[in-house]
Design a protein around this ligand. Structure first.
Ligand code: NAD
Length: 414
């Protein structure tokens, strides 16, 4: 046994876990060392994150992996000199990478998550943490055992508004919260469904590692529509619940320090544009939490008047958080957070406006890679928000009330 595998074994023994898996020890970085980064999945979001990480001081982008060759060219334009692969395992083989950013489609998240940790690298993993509940269980266990830094791409966890909400709640300004209402609404021109992307002319079988994209889904001939528009289909996606509710439910869970939901219900359907998509565009989710709390989340793709937001409704006060065209007072699109006292229980309370600035979520990750501190959106937040999201989708797909127990008894289907 080498020193590093022995250390991995001791770490494992200390945790008292049954399965033996030695996570390799990674390079120990000093406060001023350059952090060497790789990215898996460099489409829309991956390219945003590429720009974000390049803006963090003292990092080096070493390599990217993407199944589609067009992305290699796009990434090289943004970061000349990087190495490119169409198989993420080649990137993870590189010894001179400390940290990996994953921005691949949802159905590949767990594989990229587990392989990155097994390669001894720190991880920034886009939300939703996984496509299914069993995968979330596996990823949580692996992250806990690995000792690696894991930041989930739930960037609202780094927001100033969340800090303001937490402070007001801790200061006792809200009282007993029995209900939280939240919503997210968008619109598109008639005939053009939300999320539908055009297929580039170079999106051909020759330019795509199609079996790596399928990642264990049933084999079939190359299908560029599914590669580009994976979000519309259950076998690759969880629809708007895993695309957007997850951000808001994570924010609400952190603000109120909530455990897993006790039960989930969901209704809706494909109502806005009947364009062949499987995932619903119109959604009403209800999540019951222990200790007398109901959280609702509504979503439509046919009206954007109210943008997105959350109302935390307490016996002593209300927290109103909004974004998009949701500010009914001044009509602006900016994010805002406000507190209003319930005069019946807080007669001397005054309205407040939150002003705490946001932290940069990527900078927080890179700092934690150096300091080994826990990032703002750790794996536990990724886990709880993923389980809540999957419970809601299971409730919709099976047409029944879902508890954490019933969720685990149902098959994860494509
Ligand atoms: N945090 C946020 O605000 C935010 C915003 C948008 C998207 N996202 C998340 O980012 C992820 C990607 O979304 P997107 O819109 O960029 O999708 P996308 O389709 O534009 O990009 C995904 C990329 O991954 C590549 N890919 C597919 N399978 C792969 C594999 N096995 N290995 C390597 N690369 C692979 C594709 O070729 C594509 O370039 C999703 O999980 C999405 O939920 C997060």
């Amino acid at each position: 046994m080498t020193d590093s595998t022995r250390r991995g074994f001791l770490k494992q023994a200390a945790l008292g876990t049954a399965a033996f898996f030695a996570y390799p020890d990674a390079r120990v970085l000093g406060a001023n060392d350059r952090v060497r980064v790789g990215i898996i999945g460099v489409g829309n979001r991956g390219q945003d994150l590429l720009e974000e990480v390049l803006a963090v001081p003292n990092i080096q982008l070493v390599a990217i992996a993407d199944v589609y060759r067009r992305r290699h060219d796009e990434a090289r334009k943004m970061a000349p000199g990087i190495v490119t692969f169409d198989d993420h395992r080649r990137l993870l083989d590189m010894k001179d990478i400390d940290a990996v950013i994953v921005a691949s489609p949802l159905h590949t998240h767990a594989r990229h998550f587990l392989d990155t940790l097994a390669a001894g690298k720190d991880l920034y993993a886009e939300k939703t943490m996984t496509w299914s509940i069993p995968e979330a269980d596996q990823c949580l266990a692996a992250a806990t055992q690995s000792g690696r830094v894991v930041q989930i791409g739930l960037q609202w966890e780094s927001s100033g508004a969340l800090k303001d909400a937490r402070k007001w709640i801790k200061d006792g300004k809200i009282g007993k919260v029995t209900q939280v209402e939240s919503w997210m609404s968008r619109n598109t021109p008639h005939g053009h469904g939300q999320w539908v992307r055009a297929i580039p002319s170079d999106c051909t079988a020759q330019n795509v590692n199609w079996s790596a994209f399928l990642n264990g889904r049933p084999e079939r001939p190359f299908d560029p529509y599914r590669l580009i528009n994976w979000r519309l289909f259950w076998e690759f996606s969880g629809g708007n619940v895993t695309e957007n509710m997850v951000h808001q439910i994570a924010w609400i869970m952190t603000a109120l320090e909530l455990p897993l939901p006790a039960a989930a219900y969901m209704s809706g359907g494909v109502f806005s544009e009947k364009d062949g998509r499987e995932v619903p565009d119109t959604i009403a989710v209800t999540l019951d939490f222990p200790n007398d709390l109901v959280v609702t989340w509504q979503s439509t793709f046919s009206n954007r008047r109210f943008g997105l937001g959350e109302h935390i409704l307490g016996s002593d006060g209300t927290i109103e958080h909004g974004w998009g065209t949701s500010d009914m007072v001044n009509g602006e699109d900016n994010e805002f957070i406000r507190y209003y006292p319930e005069k019946v229980n807080q007669p001397r309370g005054e309205p407040l406006t939150g002003k705490t600035p946001d932290q940069d979520h990527m900078t927080d990750f890179i700092e934690c890679v150096r300091t080994r501190k826990t990032p703002n959106a750790p794996v536990e937040v990724g886990y709880r928000s993923a389980i809540a999201s999957h419970m809601a989708n299971l409730a919709y797909r099976h047409g029944q009330r879902i508890t954490p127990e019933t969720a685990r008894s149902l098959p994860s289907e494509f």
